[in-house]
Each structure stands twice: as C-alpha cells, then as structure tokens.
Write a protein that binds this ligand. Structure first.
Ligand SMILES: Cc1cc2nc3c(=O)[nH]c(=O)nc-3n(C[C@H](O)[C@H](O)[C@H](O)COP(=O)(O)O)c2cc1C
Length: 321
C-alpha cells in the first residue's frame, strides 16, 4: 500500500496549521488507496542545517531520514510567511536528499491571501530535490476559509480541490515506484548501520526492532537454523559473552531490491576486547534478506558462513576481503 506523509510545516505556538493538517488527515482517512500519516515538524526538532545532505553523521539527521524514508509521497501543509514558506519547513527539506527523490508532493497552503506564493517557492525547491509536484493544490484564505481568522471552515470547492490533490499525489507516488530504488537503498544501508550500532551497544532490545518476529537465521554456529526472534537474540547474547567491548565491521556491502523485498551481501567481522586483550575475530560472508512489513524494512532471513576447506573439512577463518 502506498504511504503518504502529511507534513505539518508550521511549528509556531498558536499555529493555525494544526487544524489544517487534521482536516487533510481526516479527509485522506476516507480513502482506501493509500495510508496517510501526519508528520508534525514539532515532533522532529532539527537544528539549523549542520551537515551535508547524505552524511547522516548526527542522530537527529538519522532520525529524520528514518522518518521520511518509508513514505512514497507527501502532502505539505504550509502557511505563508513573508511571501515564502516557513524557515523550519525549508530547513527540514534541506536536511535530506535521497529520502525525497522520486516521490510525489502536493500542497495545502493557508495564509492572509491563501499561501500560494509560499507554494510557488516550495515547488522550485522540490524540483531541485527531484520530487514530482502535482498541479492541483489547496489555498485557504484566512479571510474566507477561517471563521474570525481562527477556526477552519473550508468551502466545498476546497474539499473538492483537496480530493483532487490527494488523487494526484497517490497516482504519481504509485507511478514513480519503479524509480525509487536508490532512495530505498539508503533505508536498507541505514538499517545495516543500526544493526552495527546495536551490536556495539550490546543492545538486544534495539536488535529486536530490526528483525521480523519470524526471522530464520542460518548463523555461523549450530544448530542448522535459529528460528524466530528469540532464538536470534539468544545467539547474539551468546556472542556478546565473548567480548567486553564489541564491534562489527562491514565491507563491500551490496544492496539488491525490488518493491518490498531486498537482499544485502557483504563481508563482516565481529571483533573486540576481552580482559584487556584484543580479539581479532574472523571475516565471514553475510547475507541479509529484507521484507517491507507495514511500511518498514525488517530482516527476515540472514546467513553467515566461512568457506570450507573440503579436504580437511575445516572452516577457513583467516581470509580477508
Ligand atoms: C512572520 C509572518 C509573516 C506572514 N507573512 C504573510 C504573507 O506574506 N502573506 C500572507 O498571506 N500571510 C502572511 N502571514 C499570515 C500567516 O500566513 C497566517 O498568520 C498563518 O496562520 C500562519 O500560519 P501558522 O498559524 O500555522 O503559524 C504571516 C504571518 C507571520 C507570522
């Protein structure tokens, strides 16, 4: 199912934007051709841009990227401030690149004279972000669509305009799906990054979030398979006992994906320190298989191995990528 994020682009105390976003969300909720979710910028406080898009050094960038990545398209609810869009909205857009690319975007604006000028500027910006902006839009004047400039009472023509905007966003989000491989690839790479972070922190609860409940793991140690998330976590817990400090290195990571299925192959090495001495670990071949479940990527199968020396029957553990 196509997922559309409704981005509430105003964070001002006393903002009118919340009413507008709720109206969009309620109207969108009547549809069965897509899922809609509110993304309130108040819930995603970002500093002024503090790294290049794509670097993802900071936790706030990673968190914002992880919020935006699963969506196929967006409806932006924006006021007009000084003939333009709010700085907080532009900043949030500037932070990311791949997560916006090849996704549709529609606009619902409001303001003293409807907010159309803010939308014109956002359209230019979305072009630079390689987004597809749909033609239909909603412009709500504070004078005619808000009672006493305060309470949203949209006219019937604006309900029609909203439906048409949603139609176009859903249609284009669907049509652009084949182009979105690269953006989703970022989500998969970030997912592997989260696995690494959770291993380093020996965070079993964090790891639990990254696998499906029914994961089947062909891990390097017996038995033949570790079926289910509890077995997988038990295996991680066993591995953590060998290290006081642990790290996981990944090399030559390759992602292949199509729609809601993806697989990754790479070389990996678990290593660390035990009783003050380094434990070098060994390089293994690793494969992670992903499925998109309820809009989120999860590892449903993994396989870890070393080559076998057929003559001796022993695993070869001293190879390096
Ligand atoms: C700093 C500022 C600048 C504004 N500039 C414009 C403007 O250029 N054109 C306009 O139609 N309305 C303008 N307005 C009116 C806003 O669009 C209106 O107050 C709207 O409710 C603001 O959105 P918010 O309540 O979600 O913050 C401005 C309001 C503010 C606070």
């Amino acid at each position: 199912m196509i997922r559309i994020g409704i981005i509430l682009g105003s964070t001002r105390p006393g903002r009118r934007g919340e009413q507008v976003a709720r109206w969009v969300q309620e109207r969108a909720g009547l549809r069965s051709d897509a899922e809609f979710e509110l993304i309130d910028l108040l819930d995603h406080p970002l500093p002024h841009l503090d790294e290049l898009p794509g670097e993802y050094r900071h936790a706030h960038t990673r968190s914002w990227a992880a919020t935006i990545a699963p969506f196929d398209g967006f409806v932006v609810v924006t006021p007009e401030y000084n003939h333009s869009a709010p700085a907080v909205l532009k900043n949030a857009l500037d932070f990311l690149r791949a997560e916006w690319r090849d996704k549709a975007i529609g606009f619902v604006s409001y303001g003293g004279v409807g907010g159309a000028r803010a939308v014109e500027q956002l359209r230019l910006m979305c072009g630079a972000l390689e987004m597809a902006d749909v033609a239909s839009q909603v412009s709500l004047s504070l004078v005619t669509e808000f009672e006493d400039f305060a309470v949203l009472k949209p006219g019937e023509y604006n309900v029609t305009a909203l439906d048409k905007t949603l139609d176009q966003v859903v249609a284009w989000s669907t049509a652009l799906a084949p182009l979105r491989g690269t953006a989703d690839d970022t989500g998969i790479r970030e997912h592997i990054g989260k696995v690494i972070e959770a291993i380093k922190a020996k965070d079993l609860d964090g790891l639990r979030q990254l696998y499906s409940d029914d994961v089947v793991s062909f891990d390097i140690d017996p038995p033949l398979q570790h079926a289910g998330i509890d077995a997988k976590l038990k295996n991680w817990a066993n591995a953590f006992v060998f290290f006081d400090d642990v790290t996981y290195e990944v090399r030559d990571l390759t992602v292949t994906m199509d729609g809601s299925v993806a697989f990754v192959h790479c070389f990996g090495r678990l290593s660390g320190m035990k009783d003050g001495a380094p434990m070098g670990g060994m390089w293994v071949r690793a494969t992670f298989c992903f499925r998109k479940i309820d809009g989120s990527w999860l590892i449903t199968h993994d396989q870890v191995s070393v080559p076998l020396d057929i003559a001796s029957g022993a695993g070869v553990t001293d190879l390096e990528p």
